[in-house]
Design a protein around this ligand. Structure first.
Ligand code: SAM
Length: 455
C-alpha cells in the first residue's frame, strides 16, 4: 500500500515518526497475524490447529502466528479458546498490571468496548471477584460485543449499551476505566486500506473533539485515585498527546508512567503542555500496528454517590430452585436472579454492581442460566460457554467436520448417547447445546451466530 504524502506529512510532528520507514513498511505488503489465548479455556497450545511463531513480548497470552489461518472454520475460535487481536493493543496488559492490584476485587469500566478485544483481555487479567462493565454505544456493535463476551465465558462481566453521558451520574463507581476511543484509524492503514481512503485532517479534528467529550462525560464515574487508561489507533497528536493535555488540564489527573523494556521499541512520548507520558507503537519499529496508550491517575475528588437503597428491578429466585440450578455449575454460592423469566447467576460483587447500574440498558450480566420450566432448566447458550459450567454434565466430542456442521446449525447425527441436554464439544471445549431426542437431535446453536460462509 502506498501512503500518499498528503497523509503521512500530517504525522511528521508526531514523536518518533519516521516517514521513510513508515512508507516502506506499508509498501512492503507484510501482514502480521496474532492471537491472544483465553487462559481460562486453553492451557495447551498444541490444541490449536495451527502453529504459533513467537510470544508477543508485552502480553503473557499473546502469540504471533506463522501465517493467518482460516479463523471462521476453526471451532476453537467459536468456543472462545482464543481471540484474534492485533499485537500492539495487547500492551493494555502492562497498563493494567502496573497500575492496579489485579488480585483485588475491582470495578472496571471498558467504555468503548465493541467488538470486545480489550474487554476479553481485561477479563482475563482481573480476579474473578472483580466486575468488568463493558459498554458499547452503537446497538449493532453491542450485539457483537455480547457474542464475544459470551464466548469468552467469564462470569464477572456486565454488557451495557449506553451513551457515555449516561455514566456521568454514577459518581465514583469505578476503580479504573479504559477508553479505547473512536479515532481516525491511521494506525490500521496496513490492515485496512479503507482506513486510508477515509482519513482526512477534518476527521482528526472531529475525533479529537469527540474524544474530549467522551472522557469528560465519564470522568465523574471514576473514583478519586482511580486509573484511566486512554488508547487510540491514531498517530495524530491531536488525538493522543493533546488529549493527554486536555485530561491533565481540564479534569484533574496526573500522568502515570509505565516501565517498559527498551527492546520492545515502543516510542515514549511527552505531551506538549503537561509532559504526560504516552506510548507510541509504529509498525516500522515493532511487530504490531499503530497504537497509542497513556495512563492517568485521578487526583481531584468526586463525591461518591450517596448509596440510596434502590429496589432492584429483578426478582430473586426461590431457594427451592437453587438445587436445580447449582447442578449445572462447577461452583457453589452464586446468587440467582430472574429477569423476564430468564435466570442469571451472579457473584455477590456482580449483584451489588448491577444494583448501581439500574439506570443503564443492560444487555447481559453474569451467566444466563436459562429458563425454568416446571422443575427443569432449559439451559441458555451462555451457560454452555461459561468457564463455570459443570464438567459433570452430559457432553459429546465432535470431530472437526461435525463441529463445523454443528456451528452451521445443521442437524448432527450422534451415536447412542443418553437422551436430554448435552454439550457439543470440540477438543473438550464446549460449543453449545444439543438436545438428544429418541429419534433425532436438536441443534440449539444460536441462529444469529451460525457460520454462513461456504467451506
Ligand atoms: N475496544 C474495542 C476492542 O478492543 O475491540 C475497540 C473499540 S473501537 C476503537 C471504538 C469504539 O467506540 C467502537 O466500537 C465505536 O462504536 C465506539 N464509539 C463510537 N462513537 C462513540 C461515542 N460517541 N462514544 C462512545 N463510543 C463510541
Amino acid at each position: 500500500m502506498i501512503i500518499s504524502p498528503s497523509i503521512y506529512r500530517a504525522f511528521e510532528n508526531a514523536p518518533g515518526f519516521d516517514a521513510d520507514a513508515f512508507c516502506g513498511v506499508h509498501a512492503s505488503g507484510e501482514q502480521i497475524s496474532s492471537i491472544r489465548i483465553n487462559p481460562a479455556k486453553l492451557n495447551d497450545l498444541s490444541d490449536l490447529g495451527f502453529s504459533v511463531e513467537s510470544p508477543v513480548p508485552w502480553c503473557k497470552s499473546g502469540w504471533y502466528l506463522e501465517e493467518r489461518p482460516f479463523y471462521t472454520f476453526d471451532p476453537l475460535l467459536h468456543a472462545g479458546a482464543y481471540y484474534v487481536q492485533e499485537a500492539s493493543s495487547m500492551f493494555l496488559e502492562q497498563a493494567l498490571k502496573q497500575t492496579l492490584d489485579c488480585s483485588a476485587p475491582l470495578r472496571v469500566l471498558d467504555l468503548c468496548a465493541a467488538p470486545g478485544g480489550k474487554s476479553t483481555h481485561i477479563q482475563s487479567v482481573l480476579s474473578p471477584d472483580s466486575v468488568l462493565v463493558c459498554n458499547e454505544v452503537i446497538r449493532s456493535r453491542a450485539a457483537i460485543l455480547e457474542e464475544n463476551i459470551t464466548k469468552w465465558g467469564g462470569a464477572n462481566v456486565i454488557v451495557t449499551n449506553n451513551d457515555p453521558r449516561d455514566f456521568s451520574r454514577l459518581t465514583g463507581l469505578f476503580d479504573a476505566m479504559v477508553v479505547d476511543a473512536p479515532c481516525s484509524g491511521s494506525g490500521m492503514f496496513r490492515k485496512d486500506a479503507s482506513a486510508a481512503e477515509n482519513w482526512s485532517a477534518d476527521l482528526v479534528t472531529l475525533c479529537s473533539q469527540r474524544q474530549q467529550r467522551i472522557i469528560a462525560d465519564i470522568w465523574p464515574s471514576l473514583k478519586e485515585d482511580g486509573i484511566l487508561i486512554y488508547a487510540t489507533c491514531s498517530y495524530s497528536i491531536e488525538e493522543d498527546e493533546m488529549i493527554a493535555d486536555f485530561i491533565m488540564e481540564e479534569l484533574g489527573a496526573e500522568s502515570f508512567p509505565l516501565s517498559i523494556d527498551s527492546n520492545w521499541n515502543i516510542v515514549i512520548s511527552n505531551s506538549p503542555k503537561y509532559n504526560a507520558t504516552g506510548y507510541r507503537f509504529y509498525p516500522d519499529k515493532l511487530k504490531g500496528e499503530g497504537f497509542f496508550l497513556a495512563v492517568f491517575k485521578k487526583t481531584s475528588g468526586t463525591e461518591k454517590s450517596s448509596k440510596k437503597s434502590v429496589r432492584p428491578k429483578w426478582e430473586t429466585v426461590p431457594k427451592i430452585n437453587y438445587k436445580v440450578l447449582e447442578r449445572w455449575l462447577s461452583v457453589k454460592g452464586m446468587r440467582f436472579i430472574s429477569i423476564n423469566d430468564s435466570i442469571l447467576a451472579l457473584t455477590e460483587q456482580m449483584e451489588e454492581t448491577l444494583v448501581q447500574l439500574q439506570s443503564l440498558y443492560i444487555k447481559r450480566a453474569g451467566i444466563t442460566m436459562g429458563k425454568i420450566a416446571g422443575k427443569e432448566l432449559i439451559p441458555d447458550h451462555s451457560l454452555a460457554l461459561s468457564t463455570l459450567v459443570s464438567p459433570h454434565l452430559s457432553s459429546i466430542e465432535l470431530d472437526r467436520d461435525l463441529a463445523l456442521q454443528y456451528l452451521r446449525k445443521e442437524e448432527i447425527r450422534v451415536g447412542d448417547i443418553p437422551k436430554g441436554w448435552t454439550i457439543a464439544c470440540y477438543k473438550n471445549h464446549p460449543l453449545g447445546w444439543i438436545k438428544v431426542l429418541p429419534n433425532r437431535t436438536n441443534n440449539y446453536y444460536p441462529k444469529e451466530w451460525r457460520i454462513l460462509k461456504p467451506a
